[in-house]
Design a protein around this ligand. Sequence first.
Ligand code: F3S
Length: 747
Amino acid sequence: MVFDIELIRKVYGSFAARVEQARKVKGTSLTLAEKILYAHLYDASDAKAFRRGVDYVNFRPDRVAMQDATAQMALLQFMNAGRDRSAVPASVHCDHLIQADRGAASDVSTANDSNREVYDFLKSVANRYGLGFWKAGAGIIHQVVLENYAFPGGMMIGTDSHTPNAGGLGMVAIGVGGADAVDVMAGMPWELKMPKIIGVKLTGRLSGWASPKDVILKLAGILTVKGGTNAILEYFGDGAASLSATGKATICNMGAEVGATTSLFAYDESMARYLRATGREEVAALADGIAGSLRADAETAAEPEKYYDRVIEIDLSSLEPYINGPFTPDAAHTISEFGAWVREKGIPQRMEVGLIGSCTNSSYQDLSRAASVARQAAAKKLETKAKLLINPGSEQVRYTAERDGILQSLLEAGGTVMANACGPCIGQWARHEPDNTRPNSIVTSFNRNFAKRADGNPNTHAFVASPELVMALTIAGDLTFNPMKDTLQNAAGQSVMLDEPKGDELPASGFDVKDNGYVAPDPHASGEVAIAAGSNRLQRLEPFAAWDGNDFTDLRLLIKASGKCTTDHISMAGPWLRFRGHLENISDNLLMGAVNKFNGQTNSVLNTLDGSYDGVSSVAKKYKAKGIGSIVVAEENYGEGSSREHAALEPRFLNVKVVLVKSFARIHETNLKKQGMLALTFADPADYDRIREDDRIEVTGLKTFAPGSRMTVTLRHSDGTSESFEANHTYNEQQIKWFKAGAALNC
Ligand code: F3S
């Protein structure tokens, strides 16, 4: 048994009493998010009426999950924490480092060779400290967590931004940086600002081509990439109960795309069915025993405006399929408007590759619905016009889908089955294009579509949609095809329509798997974990230096970034993933995707020491070598995207002292604080325009650094003039201690 039933018994044993206590201190009925949060206070006696969006609260998550790219740095940090075992159950998943090239078997074998050192390291750390280890090819972290570990009413953190996927099973699951994972594995409290709660009421039922993915694609259009910041999205209503658990997980997964802290659904019959189908009858029975505590109080649905900070209603019965993109997941288009929009904007109309998979949409139900469309290609004598790649979510899904003929249908429609891994979703795609700058269009069932993310080509227009819609567009090979009303010409010259997709929520004959890829830790392991000297993949961490007690003077502007600056722009993935365990080497990619406001170019910034232009990392290194600190300036929602803590570690390592932006994405702001960086926002965003390329910059106010205090930024221009403005921060007492100590781990 992979999951820990004793843990679940323990959580449920006190759950109802903790909920009752919360009701008392709050004096109101409770949302589900509140019930779970209060049931996981680090110290139950601390319970009080926490103010949402204001109070920082200490929590005790039940478990931790880490994927291989982020686990390396998290575990390197954990090894310095002086523990013999992880304080909570935790797991490591090898899913990000497998390149999608020739097909599953050969790609996993290549990954095992090329990543041997990293996999051996992760496996030996997991074994040494009592963590579960899922080897390469076992599956994508969030699908594996959903199948094995997630449970209604639980709380977990994961070092990946799509950790909220587990909300599909009613869990508060939050994406964090590795330093947070270390805190929890070390048995320390995990701090989070009490989130606001946005209620999303779902009414009606899905039908036809509409799918759970379309709920979140529509919502992304409403909320935009920032609209869920510091909030939990809590779904309720009859429509919510009509969705499968994996469909709910898809919706929760992509809550990350609107910046939400997490997303969740109440425990219901579909979750019980999924738990039973995945061998967790005992968990379903235990959840049934406290079912009343695993949903919001009835009053919240009757008067949602009173209990939620905002309420959004979506009618599933009238929901149309959506297709979002390119370059941002909140650019929402209904399928009926999309074709005209593509033509009007001059987007490449030829649809070149359809990609089905990712942690978002690779469940058995997803694959079976896509296969029902794929089967129609042969039945209706249609040629599949675009390439098709499939990454199943887990070996259990893959094995079962193969047994049930689902994979065969996708193969017969021209598909290639890649490893059960992230693959193209994280830039691990050997696309074999002679010109990797050619404008082209692809459609994926993934969650993200930032420029260059899938194949490194800045001119690939990537759109996200449901797997069944990806399949239909792949057959058509035309971005403007609307399967709900358009016909296709078949080999016999007839005009044919695709029938609506059909699929099975769960396999009729149950799930099956031969080798699920799990390696249990040795309960008696001890000793040191070895890291080869001179390795270019792994490097032991040296603690960062404490703050020297002085204000920052004579900082140089490293870059003033223009427009979107996601964690992909700050610390690119793709080939760089191989250096995730080696801070010095990966720091060479610092901010190489960010656009320099002054020249419109990427990775070309002024070196004020000699007036030349060079890559961001090289200039930072030159400043560092001379003992000069630097500052990064950027615009809105800086660090949106993933929980990638390298995006905070790299600037810290290269002596960047301050990141000053118009606004931050939540996880990234916390990551900066944890690594001892100064994260500031402009009091007046218009001050962004005052900063010149060759300014010398001072940041003062550090000696009186306190919650709610302000910093003063002074710009000394090269023409001899100077000007000052105010900047805000959101550090609390504890976080100020991290800054002063040089990093949270130093405290
Ligand atoms: Fe992997 Fe992409 Fe999900 S990188 S964890 S499949 S968002």
